[in-house]
Ligand binder design. Structure first.
Ligand SMILES: Nc1ncnc2c1ncn2[C@@H]1O[C@H](COP(=O)(O)OP(=O)(O)OP(=O)(O)O)[C@@H](O)[C@H]1O
Ligand SMILES: [Mg+2]
Length: 393
């Protein structure tokens, strides 16, 4: 069949298995023919796809010629085939310049769900010239109504499209240890756990932060440092949270909220001064780090002036931040129940289920009154996670 579509959780061996099958198919069936190797980003191409092609060639004693974003490999008939690198993020036009105009014998698409569907259509059109062409694709599952599932996986399964689908599991990869699986699962809640660990097409639904533990700072706690993160609204809601680090745990000890729509407008300079006075208990304690929204320039400058150089632009990536926060909420982060606004938000904050079904993971901010406190705490967690791991979204 024309389609070989593989879905499965993280690191189950999808890319290795599919690529090996694809390269063998090309080397056996074709000579002097062009193919496409597709990833979402150039980094993925250079970091994952090309090394995997080289490893496969090495195992088979074949020499790879690489030049100008294409790879040439020998086939079994004594000739060579050419594999063109196509980057989904560069858009369909850029891809068309590379592969449209000549027919291709097939394509291997890694992280299939992340490339534009129009690019997939263009590739399939370029394959029509060869009756025996093959379209091989791998991905982690997304929401159950994602186009990749509805238009490709489901259609192969019901026979509308000719081919086969495979669902791999972590157990299919013999080198994955229980520890590394546990490490990958840490902080993955709800739909993300079902997709990335179980390999299911799962909608994002339910609470954004399903686990929250409420406890005040213990009476005898020795606080090593305080940190503040905030969400800022010039004329709407500013919500700041104060986080205390004690004995390997974190507690959100207090919050500061101002809603300009109900409590009157407050100038940025006044907000800055009030937040600073609140967080430092009028100058009697020091705050080691401030995470402010990337676009709140005036506020960031004001706080930097008052506090010194410890103001950082918060890492603002919702999905990444939600996971960083959830992994802390599950283990070492508690919330003082006195933080009433934050508590109310965390208890109500839900995924937008219609968007989630399409694979578009989006928290529904209106479910939590704008979710300003949760956003502030997410900024804190994402920024701390980036600082500790050295990774960014
Ligand atoms: N059957 C196998 N035997 C030994 N090692 C394997 C096997 N399958 C995969 N691996 C190795 O396990 C790692 C993960 O494999 P691979 O990159 O194919 O997984 P993946 O499912 O594509 O992961 P991701 O979700 O990160 O894209 C790689 O280092 C790969 O070489
Ligand atoms: Mg992969």
């Amino acid at each position: 069949g024309r389609f070989v579509l593989v879905s499965g959780p993280r690191r189950c061996g999808k890319s290795d298995a599919a690529l090996a099958g694809f390269m063998q198919f090309a080397a056996r069936g074709f000579s002097g023919v062009d193919f496409a190797l597709v990833t979402k980003t150039q980094a993925q191409m250079d970091g994952v796809m090309v090394p995997k092609v080289r490893a496969w060639a090495g195992r088979n004693g074949l020499e790879v010629q690489a030049r100008d974003k294409r790879l040439t490999l020998p086939d079994i008939h004594g000739g060579t085939n050419t594999f063109w690198q196509v980057i989904g993020a560069d858009g369909v036009e850029a891809a068309a310049k590379r592969i449209q105009g000549f027919g291709i014998g097939g394509a291997y698409v890694d992280e299939f769900t992340r490339v534009p569907p129009t690019l997939v259509e263009m590739i399939l059109t370029s394959m029509l010239e060869y009756a025996s062409s093959k379209f091989v694709a791998t991905c982690n599952p997304e929401g159950p109504e994602h186009w990749a599932k509805l238009d490709y996986f489901d259609k192969v399964d019901d026979g509308t499209l000719n081919g086969e689908t495979h669902k791999l599991e972590m157990a299919d990869n013999p080198i994955l240890s229980a520890e590394s699986i546990a490490e990958m699962a840490a902080g993955l809640t709800g739909p993300f756990y079902r997709r990335m660990i179980l390999g299911e097409w799962a909608a994002s639904s339910g609470l954004v932060h399903p686990v929250v533990k409420y406890a005040p700072l213990p009476k005898d706690a020795l606080v090593h440092r305080y940190e503040v993160a905030l969400d800022f609204g010039r004329s709407s809601v500013t919500h700041a949270v104060l986080v205390a680090y004690h004995r390997n745990s974190w507690t959100v000890v207090d919050e500061w909220v101002h809603d300009g729509r109900t409590s009157g407008q407050m100038a940025v300079t006044e907000q800055t001064e009030r937040i600073f006075a609140w967080a430092t208990a009028a100058g009697s304690r020091s705050v080691a780090a401030w995470a402010v929204p990337p676009d709140a320039h005036g506020l960031a400058e004001g706080i930097a002036e008052l506090a010194g150089g410890s103001v950082v632009k918060a890492v603002d990536n919702v999905i990444w931040g939600v996971q960083a926060l959830n992994s802390r909420l599950e283990s070492r982060l508690t919330v003082d129940p006195r933080c009433e606004h934050l508590r109310r938000e965390l208890a109500a904050y839900r995924w937008d289920e219609r968007a989630g079904a399409r694979g578009d993971d989006r928290p529904d901010k209106t479910s939590a009154g704008g979710a300003h406190g949760s956003d502030a705490l997410r900024y804190w967690a994402a920024t701390a996670h980036a600082a500790v791991t050295g990774r960014r979204p």
